[in-house]
Structure formats: structure tokens, C-alpha cells
Design a protein around this ligand. Structure first.
Ligand code: SF4
Length: 294
């Protein structure tokens, strides 16, 4: 039996960068983090044992004179205002890709007063709260193709996407808005208000779907390691199981109590989400190898 780890799985660039920043800052002393630094309880626990304290918005409002790390998802302007009012030092670990997206939305909002800014994303997701905040909370969030009916297609539309959404669904949404506009204006381009769409999906994540499916197809069995709070883990796990039905989800190596029933010369693959640390996938691999040699 061989056990291999998917070389494309694990933290994306933005999360790796935020965790590195947290580790560096923890050497200087006490550090708070607004929300879980990553949707993986094991990694959060590791950093908390180093001294990181995870806080929520209520605790942020009460905090005075501390140091607060803002995670890769980014934050709305109101968070920076609270930090400034409370004389907190901000360690801004917002992913540069998210930061650029926030700037584009803010620029569009200020240069097109009254236009509809639409964000394809998950309502309540930290990144989406940060994006909507760039528009004084006026942007419309749509979660799926079915939500396109909520857009007023007779008015200007500026469409963006949360960085971790599906490219395919984004394209379908663009197609549906175009279809509705053509219907309203009987295809008369001259009468149509602007429709700008910006595919702001991070390829760091979208490319992983095909990569993880290819990896899963090569295995007799797959252990997908992810946090139960991670939406990215849920999506990638579904793709993984579609490519290889013999895929199981787990959050910790302790969940493996026996060797899986596969041929003696079988292949086991270990993979994970963009929020899964490499050390955790290695621990799963080591657990399987230990059971094999027991
Ligand atoms: S998925 Fe992309 S945009 Fe989001 S944190 Fe990772 S690198 Fe940044």
C-alpha cells in the first residue's frame, strides 16, 4: 500500500502569508486575531497554543491598546474605524488579491453613483462582508443563478465575485443577466445601460478543482482532510468524491481507527482544502503508515 499527499492541496498563498505574519508577530508578544485565522480548528489550535487569541466583533469593540491581526479574508472599513477609535495596532494580513478586489469595488462605487454593484458570493461570509463594506453596504449579494431575478437588469450593473466562487456559475450568471437585458431592451444595444462584469475569482482555488479530481482518480481510496467550518473544504470534497466515490472526509488523523479495506498494493491519496495545513495531511499519512506497519 502506498500513501501519497496531493502536491496541490493545502494553504493558498493568502492564508500562508497571513499565518506567517501571525507567527512573526507572536514572537513580539500578545496578538489578537479577529475571527478564525483559517477555517481549520487544528491550525487555529496550534496558533492559539503559541499565544494567538481569537476574538469576535463584540470583543473588538471592548478592546483597548492591543494588537489585532486582520485575516486574509479582509475587513470592511468599519473594522478599521473601530481599531482606530480604540487605539489598536492593526496587523493587516488581508490577502493582496482580496485587497485589490476591495479597491476595484470601492472605485466602481465612487465613480458610478447609483449603479447597482452586485457581488456573487455567500451572504455573511467574512470576505463578502468586507466587499459589501466598500459600498457602504449597498451592494447586492447573489448566491446562485436563481438569485439573478433580484437584479434590476434595466439599470447599470457592475458584477464582481467573491474570490472562492465557481467560475462556471459566474459565467452562467453573466449569461443570464445578458439574456434578461436583451429581453428588456429588445436587443437594442444603444438603449442599454452599462453592464460590466469582472471575473474576480482567484485561480489559486478554481484551478484546484481539476487538480484534485485528477489526483483522486489515480487513487484506490482518498482521505480528504478539512475543517467542518470551511466552505472551500465542502466544495473540494464534493468534487473529490465525484471523481472517486471511495473518498472519506476527516478533520483529524485520530478519526482513522483501522486500515481501509483496499488491495495490499493499493494506492491511498491524502488531500485537503485551501485551509488545510500540510502538517495535518502529513499526520494523516503517518497515521496510515503506522497502522500498516503495526
Ligand atoms: S483564495 Fe486567493 S484570494 Fe483568497 S486568500 Fe487565497 S490567495 Fe487570496
Amino acid at each position: 500500500m502506498t500513501v501519497s499527499i496531493d502536491p496541490h492541496s493545502g494553504f493558498c498563498f493568502g492564508v500562508t502569508r497571513a499565518i506567517r505574519q501571525a507567527e512573526e508577530e507572536l514572537h513580539k508578544g500578545m496578538l489578537f486575531c479577529l475571527g478564525d485565522i483559517v477555517h481549520n480548528g487544528q491550525e487555529v489550535g496550534r496558533l492559539e497554543r503559541m499565544g494567538l487569541q481569537t476574538i469576535d466583533y463584540d470583543a473588538l469593540r471592548e478592546l483597548r491598546h492591543g494588537r489585532v491581526l486582520l485575516r486574509a479574508h479582509g475587513e470592511p472599513p468599519s473594522t478599521y474605524r473601530i481599531a482606530s477609535d480604540n487605539e489598536l495596532e492593526v496587523i493587516d494580513a488581508t490577502c493582496p488579491v482580496v485587497k485589490r478586489l476591495q479597491e476595484r469595488i470601492r472605485d466602481t462605487y465612487s465613480s458610478h453613483p447609483g449603479a447597482q454593484i452586485v457581488i456573487f458570493g455567500k451572504v455573511g461570509h467574512a470576505e463578502v462582508i468586507g466587499l459589501v463594506g466598500q459600498t457602504r453596504n449597498t451592494a447586492l449579494v447573489i448566491e446562485s443563478l436563481d438569485d439573478v431575478g433580484r437584479i434590476d437588469c434595466s439599470r447599470p450593473v457592475f458584477l464582481f465575485s467573491q474570490t472562492t466562487k465557481s467560475v462556471e456559475t459566474f459565467r452562467q450568471i453573466v449569461g443570464e443577466i445578458t439574456r434578461r437585458r436583451n429581453q428588456i431592451f429588445a436587443g437594442n444595444q444603444a438603449d442599454m445601460p452599462p453592464f460590466e462584469w469582472h471575473d474576480t475569482i482567484c485561480r489559486n482555488v478554481s484551478n484546484r478543482v481539476e487538480e484534485i479530481k485528477a489526483f483522486a482518480r489515480e487513487q484506490d481510496m482518498v482521505f480528504f482532510v478539512g475543517g467542518d467550518k470551511s466552505s472551500n473544504a465542502k466544495v473540494l470534497f464534493a468534487h473529490c468524491r465525484e471523481a472517486n466515490p471511495n473518498t472519506v472526509f476527516l478533520s483529524s488523523p485520530d478519526e482513522i481507527t483501522a486500515l481501509p479495506a483496499i488491495p495490499a498494493d493499493g494506492r491511498i491519496g491524502v488531500c485537503g482544502a485551501t485551509s488545510t495545513p500540510l502538517w495535518l495531511m502529513q499526520a494523516v499519512r503517518d497515521r496510515l503508515l503506522a497502522l500498516q506497519s503495526a
